[in-house]
Design a binder for this molecule. Structure first.
Ligand code: PLP
Length: 438
């Protein structure tokens, strides 16, 4: 090449996928891997029900479902979604307030991509990687964050949020992920109302990632942004990857609330739409399927059945892990992730787990000989020792050491076994350096 052509990255990686490369290496050495890294129910064995497949078979018979759709999204689907928001009676939108994307990941990239480089969105910490990467990439500067507190059931630090937005004038928006990935935290209504109030008082807009909004259990309750947003300019992000579940469809959308109440916000939404126009449209078939699947008589029953399973798994995991020393855990009440945090000063670079297979041990030792985060080191030893593949918590951009697992396993006894192994390995790993010192 005449000169170096790739744009320089900022060295950030999407560890949820990155670790797959390491796990696959172990697989090639004959190790069985328990995938606990990716939030894909289908990958974890979720059976797509026949009624859902039949709806899709029927749609495949219609030629128009192979065509491009309007740039903003399929008209009838946007009408269907707007009607569902309006039916709740708290805020009113039109189909023009909805824009479809190729997955919410695409929406996230575009939503941050069109923001001026010197304007920032404050993010929760830890945060779902796609938001973090998109926000930091747009600004090429470290992020502004408010902390989720594992010692307070993952509640966000509202004082930190309020003080930071007041004192840092570059912040123009607040991101909330409800229910949250990676913590599984479900925001109570009063916390959400306080965030809306902070936005109103400081002239900010809101981004609420609500991809898991219908996945709440353990008797918890929350409300969608549309119920409480009132007059604040805001975007709700939704999708079908988790709820149908159909992550391979690459289909998500944004709902814009109060799109015309503020000139700067209206210009921002227009910039998102203009970018989308350059790409023609998003995947048609999944969009067309949304009204038919969501209003199918089996839909709520099926979703509810899945929620009961996540609820069961959240309790199994919590009950096994809550008394394990060296860590703090909180019961997950929404979405399907659980984040386990090591207490401060518990990890060091001497700790190990026994790895039987020579090649695997050498491989893991080699990766861990580089300067890596201490929770990443635990995750690699865990993988080499047990085949359990989780994601280090620091890859969700937090100084908290720990890891995220999922609640998606279909085989309950295997899940219980996995969590028990995790409990044993946490203790064994932490204490390994103690014994080597003695
Ligand atoms: C909070 C959150 N937002 C967005 C996404 C991306 O979803 P999609 O598959 O629609 O790109 C995910 C995927 O895990 C997620 O957890």
């Amino acid at each position: 090449m005449r000169f170096d052509i790739a744009k320089r990255g900022e060295g950030l990686t999407y560890e949820i996928r990155n670790i797959v490369g390491v796990a696959n290496r172990l697989k090639s050495c004959g190790m069985e891997v328990t995938w606990e890294n990716i939030g894909d129910p289908v990958h974890k064995g979720e059976k797509i029900p026949d009624w859902m497949k039949e709806v899709l078979f029927d749609l495949l018979k219609e030629d128009m479902n192979y065509a491009y759709s309007p740039t903003q999204g399929h008209d009838a689907t946007r009408e269907f979604i707007a009607e569902r928001v309006n039916r709740r009676g708290k805020t009113q939108i039109t189909p023009d307030d909805i824009i479809f994307f190729n997955g919410l990941g695409d929406a996230i990239a575009r939503a941050y991509g069109v923001i001026r480089v010197d304007a920032r969105v404050i993010l929760p910490e830890p945060t779902y990687s796609t938001h973090f990467l998109a926000e930091v990439h747009h600004a090429s500067f470290p992020p502004n964050t408010y902390r989720m507190n594992p010692y307070h059931k993952w509640h966000p630090d509202m004082n930190e949020l309020e003080l930071k937005v007041k004192s840092h004038k570059a912040i123009v928006g607040i991101l909330v992920i409800n229910p949250d990935n990676p913590t599984g935290f479900v925001y109570p209504e009063e916390t959400l109302r306080r965030i809306v109030k902070i936005a109103r008082e400081n002239d900010l807009f809101l981004i609420f990632d609500e991809i898991y909004i219908n996945m709440v259990y353990n008797g918890q309750q929350t409300v969608p942004l549309s119920d409480i947003v009132e007059d604040v300019p805001a975007i709700s992000m939704k999708g079908i990857s988790k709820e149908f579940p159909w992550p391979g469809a690459r289909c998500g959308w944004i709902e814009v609330y109060n799109g015309q109440k503020d000139e700067a916000f209206a210009g921002y939404v227009q910039a998102i739409l203009s970018q989308k126009m350059a790409e023609v449209c998003s995947t048609t078939l999944p969009q067309v399927s949304i009204p038919r699947l969501m209003s199918h008589p089996e839909y709520d029953k099926y979703l509810n059945h899945r929620l009961r399973t996540y609820e069961k798994l959240s309790n199994v995991a919590y009950n096994i892990l809550k008394d394990v020393p060296y860590i703090v855990v909180n019961r997950t009440n929404g979405a399907f992730y659980m984040s386990i945090v090591f207490n401060e000063a518990v990890l060091n670079e001497k700790q190990t787990l026994p790895i039987e297979h020579n090649n695997i041990r050498q491989f893991i030792e080699k990766i861990c000989s580089a300067r890596i985060e201490l929770d990443k080191r635990f995750v690699y030893y865990l993988l080499g020792s047990t085949g359990i593949c989780v994601v280090p918590l620091t890859s969700f951009f937090t100084p908290l050491m720990g890891f995220r697992m999922t609640l998606l396993e279909k085989d309950m006894s295997k899940f219980e076994q996995t969590v028990r192994t995790l409990a044993d390995k946490i203790v064994q790993y932490v204490e390994s350096s103690k014994w080597s010192r003695d």
